[in-house]
Design a protein around this ligand. Structure first.
Ligand SMILES: [Zn+2]
Length: 456
């Protein structure tokens, strides 16, 4: 299958800051095979499907590196709208325990489509909630993400430390540590695609230092190293967490990760808000990665992660929407804008540009996930491509710099999206889902959300 993306009005390859004009691309199978002017590419595109890009700004699809898809069912719940992290968690755990494997299928579908619509083409779900031991949820999630068409990194999460062992979650959502490792191994062997262009990858991801034991963290890391997999967890999200690790382990969260053998280039962490300057430098030295979640950090008043300092120190940094109970939307473009704005609150207006934030959301994400096949529009790369029209009210008057306008003017829905060489959104419409199907999915999700909230 060939697609000829013809004559893009503007073209940002994702590598530097330059925006070119009138660029055409040929996609063959899942890869970009030619880039040039229309006349240069046309001879190779005789039998290709044509996409007219003359009204589009074309750029690499963005990479979301942290989410909890199931939370799309528990967005905006009134009982936690104004809660801090630990209260928020303790109020939500019993409601999350009501979720079924079908709920995981539904919420994965909703989250994937919402992300695609906002310009994300590769997403990661940190899936640590296994209600009542129903671990088939992971296979349901893989199935749903394949149906949606998005590139998917599934974090096999885990919680083993319930309230009776000094942790936060209730018994019904934790698992025995042997079971966790056995099931993880089965999942990896069945669905992980480590090859160039792989659409489904598994990441090993115990939930957080306060919901698993140190033994499980060590075991998980050993397993990940053996299988050449990435590891991921929450880290330094709140002051409460810092107090918790100081009290239980006698060290700050960062030191705890070092002690557990986790601080290396194959690990990346959600949040990293409460990091000392020395910890930032050390993280840059070992190349531990960060999934920065600005909206969630604002929503839960967790603080501001020192992202510009991290970038200076050489820390691989990416942008993530975080779970939908703490954001409560899965919109990558809005997250890019919040990343830029929030760093300026912390520092100065010139500390981060719109282009810097877009780079963090594209190449930054690919680096954190250890991928050199996505997030750049070059020959040989996977064809994960998005396009924005430039004619909306919110863009009117911003055409002197159409790329930066995406961030400054809060443009947040794509008109075109291609993943793995397949067009998933064209003229702002999903190609695999009709409007009627979308409507039904939304009604179903609202119904289930109300049932989960009320316990019916
Ligand atoms: Zn999270």
């Amino acid at each position: 299958m060939k697609t000829f993306i013809k004559n893009a009005k503007y073209f940002w390859a994702g590598k530097d800051t330059e925006v070119a004009e009138n660029v055409s691309l040929l996609v063959e199978g899942s890869k970009i095979t030619h880039i040039g002017t229309e006349a240069q590419v046309a001879p190779y595109a005789a039998d290709a499907k044509n996409i007219d890009a003359s009204e589009l700004l074309i750029m690499p699809g963005m990479v979301n590196t942290h989410h909890h898809y199931y939370q799309t069912l528990t967005r905006n719940f009134p009982n936690v709208q104004n809660a801090k992290l630990f209260d928020w968690l303790q109020n939500l755990y019993p409601l999350w325990a009501r979720l079924t494997p079908d709920d995981f299928y539904l919420s994965t579908t909703i989250a994937s489509l919402e992300l695609l619509q906002s310009g994300c083409t590769t997403s990661l779900d940190h899936s640590y909630m296994v209600p009542n031991g129903q671990s088939e949820i992971y296979f349901k999630q893989v199935e749903a993400s394949k149906k949606a068409g998005i590139r998917f990194h599934l974090c096999r999460g885990s919680m083993s430390r319930s309230k009776k062992d000094g942790g936060l979650p209730p018994d019904c959502v934790v698992q025995n540590e042997d079971t966790i490792m056995d099931e993880t191994d089965k999942l990896v062997k069945k669905v992980h695609e480590g090859r160039h262009g792989g659409m489904t990858r598994i990441v090993i991801a115990p939930c957080s230092p306060f919901s698993v034991t140190p033994e499980l963290m060590i075991e998980a890391k050993k397993y990940a190293n053996k299988m050449s997999l990435k590891t991921h967890t929450h880290l330094a999200e709140t002051k409460d967490e810092e107090e918790f690790t100081l009290r239980d382990f006698g060290v700050r969260p960062f030191k705890l990760m070092e002690k557990l053998g986790w601080m290396d280039e194959n690990s990346f962490y959600a949040h990293c808000v409460h990091m000392s300057p020395e910890e930032v430098v050390e993280m840059g030295r070992v190349k531990g990665g960060v999934a920065h979640c600005p909206s969630s950090n604002m929503r839960l008043a967790s603080g501001i992660a020192p992202i510009t300092e991290m970038l200076k120190a050489g820390v691989p940094v990416s942008i993530a929407v975080d779970g939908s109970a703490s954001n409560d939307c899965s919109n990558m473009m809005l997250e890019v804008r919040n990343c830029m704005l929030l760093q300026r609150v912390l520092k100065t207006a010139d500390c981060i540009s719109a282009r810097d934030a877009l780079k963090v959301a594209t190449k930054g994400g690919a680096d954190v996930l250890g991928r050199n096949d996505i997030a750049s529009l070059e020959v040989g790369y996977e064809a994960d491509i998005i396009g924005f029209k430039l004619d909306s009210l919110r863009q009117a008057g911003s055409s002197t710099d159409p790329l930066a306008a995406l961030v400054f003017c809060a443009v947040n829905e794509v008109d075109f999206s291609m993943v793995h060489g397949e067009t998933l959104i064209q003229n702002a419409k999903f190609t695999r889902f009709s409007d009627e199907e979308l409507k039904e999915l939304i009604i179903k999700q609202n119904e289930r959300s109300r049932q989960v909230y009320s316990g019916t």
